[in-house]
Design a protein around this ligand. Sequence first.
Ligand code: FAD
Ligand code: NAG
Ligand code: NAG
Ligand code: NAG
Ligand code: NAG
Ligand code: NAG
Ligand code: NAG
Ligand code: NAG
Ligand code: NAG
Ligand code: NAG
Length: 616
Amino acid sequence: MLAVFAFFTPLVAVIHSSPLPKHARIITRDLDLAFSYDFVIIGGGTSGLTVADRLTEDNKTSVLVIEYGHLYPNESDIHVPGLLNPTPYQFNITSTPQRGLENATFAVPAAAVVGGGSTINGMFFDRGSAADYDAWVELGNPGWGWSDLLPYFKKSETFTPASANLAEEFTISWDNTAHGFDGPVKSSYPVFQYQSIKNFISAWHSLGVQTPQDPSSGLAKGVFSGPSSLNPTNKTRSDARTAHYDAVAGSRPNYHLLTGNAVGSINFVRQKATGVEWLNRKTFDYGYVNAKKEIILAAGAAHTPQILQLSGVGPKGLLYSQDIPVVVDLPGVGQNFQDQPTLYSSFNFTSNFIPNADTLYTNTTYAKEQLALYASSRQGPYTICKNRGNVVAFNPLPDTTQGYKSIINLIVSQSPEDLYLPNTDPSIIAGYEAQRKIIRNLHNSTTTSVLETGFSSASEVPLTLVKPLSRGSISISNRDPLDPPLVDWGTFTNPVDVEIMVAAVKKLRALMATTSMQELSPVELTPGPNVSSDDEIRAALKRQVQPTYSHLTSTCSMMKREYGGVVGPDLLVYGAQSLSIVDASIMPLIPATHTASTVYAVAEKAADIIKARHQL
Ligand SMILES: Cc1cc2nc3c(=O)[nH]c(=O)nc-3n(C[C@H](O)[C@H](O)[C@H](O)COP(=O)(O)OP(=O)(O)OC[C@H]3O[C@@H](n4cnc5c(N)ncnc54)[C@H](O)[C@@H]3O)c2cc1C
Ligand SMILES: *[C@@H]1O[C@H](CO)[C@@H](O)[C@H](O)[C@H]1NC(C)=O
Ligand SMILES: *[C@@H]1O[C@H](CO)[C@@H](O)[C@H](O)[C@H]1NC(C)=O
Ligand SMILES: *[C@@H]1O[C@H](CO)[C@@H](O)[C@H](O)[C@H]1NC(C)=O
Ligand SMILES: *[C@@H]1O[C@H](CO)[C@@H](O)[C@H](O)[C@H]1NC(C)=O
Ligand SMILES: *[C@@H]1O[C@H](CO)[C@@H](O)[C@H](O)[C@H]1NC(C)=O
Ligand SMILES: *[C@@H]1O[C@H](CO)[C@@H](O)[C@H](O)[C@H]1NC(C)=O
Ligand SMILES: *[C@@H]1O[C@H](CO)[C@@H](O)[C@H](O)[C@H]1NC(C)=O
Ligand SMILES: *[C@@H]1O[C@H](CO)[C@@H](O)[C@H](O)[C@H]1NC(C)=O
Ligand SMILES: *[C@@H]1O[C@H](CO)[C@@H](O)[C@H](O)[C@H]1NC(C)=O
């Protein structure tokens, strides 16, 4: 890290302008931090930079983005897909003991870098099904369904189809009418695939699972190669930093970005949000700025609820316990936490094709050769994001197990009160009950998926429950903004989720038994050959499942206030004025997909809502 800072510091203009502390740094061209801005955006990640870009299109509108992480010059472990290493660019947070996972604790994946999750993610750039977003409308959010969001998915991207050869050989297909061709984020395909990908695709076909014309057109199920957030010209990562900061900020004196500073709280005059306070991560110096029009939270699903709670907006019991004066008693802040639990199953594919995705790590000659190929001509496996590849299968519940009806019946038989602690606010229970009915219907349909199986040709095969019924929470444990919040995923606290994963393991085994996968001679290592009865699978899952697929959402949900919601469809925080949220925390139900492209679409829509609200 020291080396990085030494490299980094000289590039940064250190600007001091009264009344700001001397350490205040602003990464633009030659500008001072002003005393006040029209908008102050907390968090320069995926959603924050998208909204900042759109609001600063009008040069009369001033925006300051305050970001915890740094703006790195040109790191190859960020921009070369096959060299990705997210670790240096993440918060170091450990979860609370997970009671559904034998009290194990887990690292919390949360980006701490300009660009946020989009800068360090697996570059998977898919969308959920129409039903995933229509469910948001059903929860009381008019204007947030599939047909409302589709224009924003399109606005956010410039899509480039796969080459005809690769498409033909690896069954890649798309539908141009589902895509945008003029947006800031580049969406394209890696230019290389490993041979055994074909086995995975034909194995699913032999089980009756098809390849959709385009998984981005509202029905995200089947086996497919998804697009990546990949710049097709130089085969580097396309993220919020390159798309929504680098591309525009240099020519916009009204777009300011302050890095390396942790926002600690929002200041209120009565319930009106008026200013933002922060601490410098290195010097602990204090900074403050006013917002004339609105303060916009975009700190991500782990930190947006933390900042609200530190500012006195949250469950009053929690605020009392920390001696924080209550600005708005809002029980839903930090609740309804969702993510996608994942079993990293693994196999010894004893007759796998060589090369496969493991070869880069087992054969240094091959790795060197391929990196040189990438450097010289942007070809080969380094155009694929490390570890995960871009080939997946998504299955609805009825296509996963014939026993789906008994799972639906189990949902029907549950009482939401049993799943929450006795002193839970009734609004949280009511919101969960509304969601549970919707999920029951989705699980009982083939309009969206419950299960994702990834295959990169490597030995590790992630099995992910993409629409869980378990809920977790985020809460502060003290008043120090530099201390992480308590992160409790609540994984497997609803036994239905365990039952779906049991079905998933069996489906995976059926997949591995197909002629196509047998060509690779798989020997199961995890869960393991001695795990066979349902009870053994349940027990193994509780030992082996990870609570996250790095898709943290829903901790400040857009729902009715009587459902434990935190914002309404206008994204304004209930009970407060001039305060909105635009990040992954507002999704009331996690869509059955990777989350980044949805975050962009939500942020694009949010920018339009905010502009309209202020007649910009
Ligand atoms: C390792 C990893 C892999 C992933 N893989 C994929 C994938 O392949 N495909 C996909 O679609 N999605 C993926 N995701 C998820 C996706 O990237 C996220 O859902 C999305 O980026 C979230 O956007 P956001 O705006 O809500 O938050 P973020 O993009 O995380 O932005 C929040 C920002 O706020 C900053 N911040 C936090 N606290 C403070 C504070 N107190 N003060 C100032 N700033 C603060 C953070 O540093 C961060 O930059 C992945 C995520 C991670 C972390
Ligand atoms: C804003 O843009 C308009 C139109 O391009 C230009 O005339 C004006 O000078 C700009 N104002 C500022 C403050 O840059
Ligand atoms: C960034 O690094 C890559 C090599 O990883 C190099 O090709 C490119 O020219 C660099 N860009 C800049 C602006 O330095
Ligand atoms: C987390 O720890 C890693 C490894 O020590 C480090 O590189 C990274 O900078 C730390 N992240 C933060 C946000 O401090
Ligand atoms: C997990 O912790 C709780 C509370 O400390 C305890 O009651 C329970 O027995 C533990 N479970 C396991 C599997 O260790
Ligand atoms: C790749 O190209 C984009 C512009 O299309 C540019 O913003 C980005 O910096 C380039 N990446 C590298 C690593 O050179
Ligand atoms: C995988 O199988 C091969 C061939 O049977 C064997 O040599 C190797 O040790 C196995 N690897 C693991 C991790 O089990
Ligand atoms: C490693 O890769 C090199 C270059 O592709 C190849 O020639 C060699 O046979 C590989 N070695 C093994 C053990 O597979
Ligand atoms: C599930 O769907 C079927 C029709 O496909 C319907 O008959 C049944 O009532 C549904 N079950 C529940 C619990 O909604
Ligand atoms: C299966 O074998 C592993 C490794 O020997 C062991 O840890 C595990 O407990 C066994 N599981 C069952 C269900 O017997």
